[in-house]
Design a protein around this ligand. Sequence first.
Ligand SMILES: Cc1cc2nc3c(=O)[nH]c(=O)nc-3n(C[C@H](O)[C@H](O)[C@H](O)COP(=O)(O)O)c2cc1C
Length: 368
Amino acid sequence: MQESFANNPQSELSTGESHSPAGGNEWRLTSRVPTQVTIGHLRICPPLFQAPMAGYTNYAFRQLLRSLGGVGLLCTEMVSARGFLELDRRYQRLPDRLWGVRDEPRPIAVQIWDNDPHKLAMVAERLVEDFDVSCLDINFGCPAEQITRGVACGAYLLRQPDDIGEIVSAVVKRVSPVPVTAKIRLGWSDQEINAPAVAEVIQQAGGAAVFVHGRTAQQRYRGTADWSQIAAVKKRVQRIPVIGNGDIRSAQQAVTAMREFGVDGVMIGRVALARPWIFREAAALLAGLEPPPEPPAEEQYEMLLELYRQLESYFGSVKAGILMRSFASRFVTARRGAKRFRVLIHSSKSSADLLAHLRDFFLHNPES
Ligand SMILES: Cc1cc2nc3c(=O)[nH]c(=O)nc-3n(C[C@H](O)[C@H](O)[C@H](O)COP(=O)(O)O)c2cc1C
């Protein structure tokens, strides 16, 4: 997936207009900043959501986030409903993306995708009955060609709000009272921005919350997330929570987003791959406390090592090594020596080699 993402904690969120939220480092909380949010019967506290990220938000990464604290609700990577049914029927197997879901602490959300209301409802029901998931999220935001133009799913459906309504309604009917949420983008393109209308359809169909990534599908990850458009969704949808998402890079920005744009919570993605402790920092700010200090390099190294151990226990050393390269590349974002480190890990011949580079970077690198 192509994306542009400058890891600059001081930069402001984009409004697409001339006004911008208060920047700087002075953060005084007002009563307008929510400290919890209710999604169906679930109380999410703090209202900080981990964004689903394919290739990353597997069980191992979620456990790292849990151990650091501050996340209100964690979510799996997107799981194909069709893939689930096919694997189950042919091989009596489960998608790898459901690794750990059955046993990990609650609450946990599973994100599913497809365009067939019946298949989605069937899978949702299995996830509730066999896995006891706390919440089901439906993906209407994925902009990848193979998902949109390829199979008419993900963000492609933003052009067909009636289909979105039918899907949400079918899933809600099957799994109620387990909350069903939906993740959307602003629209298909700049000319087709319809997130407020889509969110209203989701609310009408019984959806329990809507997550809005402030970009269009055509933008993919280019440009900046437009938070004024997210605020427009919040204005239009009154009965269910609206959670904003896009380009939050610091704990302070998470709080600013809630205060300035009136959203009920924020969802954080890419920056958590580089600074997984961002949630506990934001949670502290929301509670009116000083954020805890950044973990020292040794602790950061231990986090990555434990991540590798968990990945290896499930996927074996070869796949764990491949996944670990992506994690480690993201983790060193905006640090000195990151470029050289990435070259080294991408040319490493084995997992042992890769782990040695990790060790050097964190433990023997005065620049890190
Ligand atoms: C590598 C990667 C994988 C992603 N996978 C998913 C996914 O499986 N489901 C989904 O709804 N969004 C997915 N997203 C989008 C994120 O959930 C989020 O909306 C986006 O990254 C913007 O938030 P951020 O600026 O905080 O990262 C993915 C994003 C990235 C970078």
